[in-house]
Design a protein around this ligand. Structure first.
Ligand code: AMP
Length: 484
């Protein structure tokens, strides 16, 4: 694969020389939408990608959720499509011209929401299609004509099979979170979809990691891509306080409850490695009077959306999630993240704790480490180049939390029945989205570091609509970026 000389790529901008969106030649309708959002300055990935995408070049972007990558491809796509945008009622005048594939329903939904807001002052139509929900409204939207389609691969193939969508006029194809697509076994589906696209088109591929498999995929469908590298550093955010507690496996659930109750924690994201562990922990927390919900690949789309919404609006305090389910969710700047299990993949540790302590706020990352987790801790230490010494959790008496809870049960049962009622003596703190960033967080500018290999992930594919989706061993991560 040939990649443009990196010297041709605009360097990551220095914080004091941050460009503004109005310097890219974007249409007033797009600038208006950005201004509605309160965005003035592009993030580094946006500063680099927007001019290149506008030139019609293929792009291989090393970036993950949280870097502003969605706007980095959405804004120039809208600009490119605007030339032929029209308000005609005829579906034929609104063929699919841009297709964005994402591995998960949540990410598809988020990308679609972003694109809808960036294109709201234009006549361009956008729709999202993903599995787990009724196809009929999607069919209606597709049949009435839509220029921008965001989809998960399985459901898109279902629509293609039913002839509700044609991709024959697609000009721009985006593969978002390509690494996760491969992890989730979407390669055959992707190949089928790519085969249906016109040969002449612009391709944009984004991936947080660049394994040999990703490079191979990129070489098969990108043409002379420009490499854009703006990604999260593997160094953990300075503002995050990391603590590791030495805990017996059997005591872990009580420890989580003890920490949450003892510190009166709210808006806590708890990570578990398995779907079953996630559900069990959420149930146990609920039993102990803590408002919690689980989110993982076996939950229906509606259940996942409801849990996320409840977490964001503060009607639950704790969201227990697997890495796959949490990936791509726009939840960040949380006060506390708990690793109920240490992740199998050391890099996921960095992603997990990156949910807290961002945008200048401080955060706590608490990890529970049993004897079983000791080897995983070593991998994490190597990756972040930092020693994490497990300490005893003071004040925790195994079983005491349950006992205390039994005595308090009537009060907490009452709380459960009325989800809207605030627990006595505790104020509700609804989820506040990250503040609109007018200045670029220097975190975005940190260099990308190569790391170690990774192990398999414990979760199976979550887009059940994909018949070919099979659990696969996770490839080595962050093997560096291709030089040629
Ligand atoms: P993404 O990486 O695309 O998921 O974006 C992460 C978050 O940053 C989202 O909440 C975006 O709405 C927000 N965002 C994207 N671009 C900008 C920008 N230029 N300025 C401030 N916030 C942004």
């Amino acid at each position: 694969m040939s990649v443009t000389d990196p010297s041709l790529i605009p360097p990551a901008v220095a914080v004091e020389e941050i460009p503004r969106f109005d310097q890219f030649g974007l249409a007033p309708a797009i600038l208006q939408a950005l201004s509605d959002q309160g965005y003035v300055h592009p993030t580094p990935i946006q500063a680099q990608a927007i001019p290149i995408v506008l030139q019609g070049r293929d792009v291989m972007g090393a970036a993950q959720t949280g870097t502003g990558k969605t706007a980095s491809f959405s804004l120039p796509i809208i600009q490119l499509l605007l030339a032929q945008a029209n308000s005609s009622a005829s579906p034929a005048r609104h063929p699919v011209r841009a297709l964005i594939l994402t591995p998960t329903r949540e990410l598809a939904d988020q990308v679609a929401e972003n694109i809808k807001s960036y294109s709201r002052h234009t006549p361009l139509r956008t729709t999202v299609v993903f599995g787990g929900i009724d196809m009929t409204p999607q069919t209606t939207a597709l049949r009435s004509g839509v220029e921008i389609v965001i989809a998960t691969p399985g459901r898109l193939l279902d629509h293609i099979q039913q002839k509700t969508v044609s991709l024959s006029q697609t000009e721009i194809f985006v593969m978002d979170e390509a690494d996760r697509m491969l992890d989730m076994g979407f390669l055959p589906d992707l190949q089928r979809i790519i085969n249906l696209l016109p040969k002449k088109r612009q391709n944009l591929m984004f991936s947080a990691t660049f394994s040999p498999e990703i490079k191979k995929l990129a070489s098969t469908f990108l043409t002379d891509p420009v490499l854009i590298e703006v990604a999260r550093s593997n160094a953990t955010a300075d503002k995050v306080t990391q603590v590791v507690y030495k805990v017996d496996d059997e005591a872990k659930r009580d420890v989580v409850a003890h920490l949450i109750r003892g510190r009166d924690l709210k808006q806590v994201l708890v990570f578990s490695n398995t779907k079953i562990g996630t559900s069990r922990l959420a149930r146990e927390l609920e039993k102990q009077g803590i408002k919690a919900s689980a989110i993982h690949g076996d939950k229906t789309q509606n259940e996942r959306m409801a849990a996320l919404e409840a977490f964001k609006n503060g009607s639950i305090d704790v969201l227990v999630a697997t890495d796959v389910a949490a990936r791509g969710l726009d939840i960040s700047d949380l006060p506390c993240v708990i690793n109920y299990d240490l992740p199998y993949n050391a890099e996921d540790y960095v992603h997990r704790i990156g949910r807290t302590g961002r945008a200048g706020a401080s955060g706590d990352a608490i990890s529970l480490c049993s004897d079983k987790d000791a080897r995983l801790l070593i991998d994490i230490e190597k990756l972040i180049k930092q020693k994490l010494v497990p300490v005893e959790l003071e004040g925790f008496v195994p079983g005491a939390a349950r006992h205390t809870q039994t005595q308090r049960e009537p009060e907490h049962r009452g709380e459960h029945r009325s989800r809207d009622a605030a627990p006595r003596g505790r104020e509700r703190t609804p989820y506040m989205p990250p503040p609109r960033k007018e200045k670029i967080d220097p975190w975005f500018l940190k260099p990308y570091e190569a790391t170690l290999s990774a192990e398999s992930v414990a979760e199976t594919p979550k887009d059940k609509t994909s018949k070919s989706a099979q659990p696969q061993k996770r490839a080595a991560l962050l093997g560096g970026l291709p030089k040629s």
